[in-house]
Ligand binder design. Structure first.
Ligand SMILES: Nc1ncnc2c1ncn2[C@@H]1O[C@H](COP(=O)(O)OP(=O)(O)O)[C@@H](O)[C@H]1O
Ligand SMILES: [Mg+2]
Length: 426
């Protein structure tokens, strides 16, 4: 079977790496902009992930048996739906399903309707009303732009001043354009975060192993938010008991909502959780694999991913039993100096082969390009080094051993990935 993969980053490299191991996979095509790691396993087709009509034409002409969509942008633009309409087999939700990520207000209303636990919220489009509300609750809250904002549209506010500034940035200064013309103001929830990714074919919903990522750029969760600086799986905060709660109170009602709303949802649903004194609450949905959670979760999956995806697409997920490597996985992201702000490109990378040669160590490329014989940086997040180990501590040591083999000028990475999991264990 020929597969077409949409996307260009680290998550997609992990997906391609796993799909390439399947006996079913004859060839993997990938959309434009693919990093050097992807190009080792895929053939680039020179069509962008958002060009639905061209992709459909290409996929039909080349007898593509399965389309896998990595990022949210094409999903929220309706590309899955468009490809399916031309008869292709696609893993990814339709436009309506993708609204669970594309509109935070839509997602909140969905959660309220189907009784899924989530922080209390109010919706505003008038800045004066939003400011009055913020002042009335004393400032501590979370302000969220409604639409896609590349992880920058959420303001966790600790004072009235911060909350008023967040309202100004979104509703008055229009920093997120139309994505911020409506906002949510949410109750602040205490606790520890974790991610549950699940597969669904619209009939069955099956959680993958838990994971947790690190969003802040510096150690001890300081500095600005990034796309993610590392991840580990499993997340010890997700105990058997919590997983049972997640299944009963979150995943099953989510599936019920998907069905009752008439979504064609065949793909991944990701619930960002806050686990704390108020129980297990959903912070947000994503409608695709997380990056870098995928780089920590997929190396633990024993199943043939191409077969699993086919089952999702054909509505046979109920027949699939996922099997997991008992070992833990830790992924450390190596980023360009300055990321998530301005950063240079074209820095030469060395030592990748040495890292890869270590046992149970995988290097997933994110922002890389090959030029001449050389591997160069080509993005903010450059590489993700994942290692497996008997415990999270061992996986962590192994991942950092891999990181230690690789260098490029002023490479930045956090030294404390998985610290929460290690602390919990003690
Ligand atoms: N209600 C809330 N209470 C406390 N923290 C929150 C809340 N909502 C979001 N956050 C924090 O903000 C981060 C980003 O919010 P999220 O809803 O996941 O949006 P996005 O990932 O699209 O930026 C979360 O990972 C969490 O740390
Ligand atoms: Mg999030």
């Amino acid at each position: 079977m020929k597969i077409l993969l949409l996307g260009a980053g680290g998550r997609e490299h992990a997906l391609a790496w796993k799909l390439a191991q399947s006996k079913q996979t004859e060839k993997i095509y990938v959309t434009s902009g693919a990093n050097a790691g992807l190009l080792e396993v895929c053939e680039e087709i020179g069509i962008k992930a958002l060009e639905g009509a061209k992709l459909a034409e290409f996929a039909k002409e080349n007898k593509v048996g399965l389309v896998v969509i990595g990022p949210e942008a094409p999903l929220c633009a309706g590309v899955a739906e468009e490809l399916r309409k031309s008869g292709l087999a696609v893993v990814g939700p339709d436009l309506k399903g993708s609204r669970l990520e594309g509109s935070k207000i839509f997602a909140k209303k969905f959660m309220r309707k189907y009784g899924i636990p989530t922080a209390d919220f109010r919706i505003f489009s008038d800045p004066a009303l939003a400011k009055d509300y913020v002042s009335s609750i004393g400032g501590r809250c979370v302000v969220k732009a409604d639409g896609l904002a590349a992880g920058k549209g959420v303001f966790v506010c600790f004072s009235e001043k911060e909350a008023l500034e967040a309202v100004k940035a979104t509703l008055e200064d229009k920093e997120f354009g139309a994505a911020g013309s409506e906002i949510l103001i949410e109750e602040f929830l205490e606790g520890e975060e974790a991610s549950i990714l699940a597969l669904t074919d619209g009939k069955t919903i099956v959680p993958l192993e838990s994971a947790q990522d690190h969003k802040r750029v510096f150690d001890n969760d300081r500095g600005p938010n990034t796309g993610g600086m590392g991840a580990y799986s499993p997340a010890p905060v997700v105990t058997e008991e919590i997983l049972e709660t997640v299944r009963r109170d979150i995943l099953l009602p989510t599936l019920k909502g998907i069905r009752e709303e008439g979504m064609d949802y065949r793909g991944v649903i990701y619930a960002g959780l806050m686990i704390g004194p108020k129980g297990v609450n959903v912070l947000e949905y994503n409608v695709r694999f997380g990056d870098p959670e995928t780089q920590a979760v997929l190396p633990r999956l024993k199943n043939d991913l191409a077969e699993v995806f086919q089952a999702v697409e054909q509505g046979r997920l109920g027949d699939v039993r996922l099997e997991w490597d008992e070992r833990a996985a830790v992924c450390v992201i190596m980023a360009a100096p300055g990321y998530p702000g301005k950063y240079p490109k074209g820095l030469p990378i060395t030592g990748l082969e040495e890292a890869r040669a270590l046992p149970d160590t995988y290097v997933f490329q994110a922002g890389t390009v090959r030029s001449g014989g050389e591997l160069l940086t080509n993005g903010g997040r450059v590489l993700g080094v994942t290692a497996l180990g008997a415990t999270i501590g061992e996986a962590c040591r192994a991942a950092y051993e891999g990181v230690g083999k690789i260098s490029f000028p002023d490479a930045h990475y956090r030294r404390d990935i998985a610290y929460r999991a290690l602390k919990n264990r003690k």
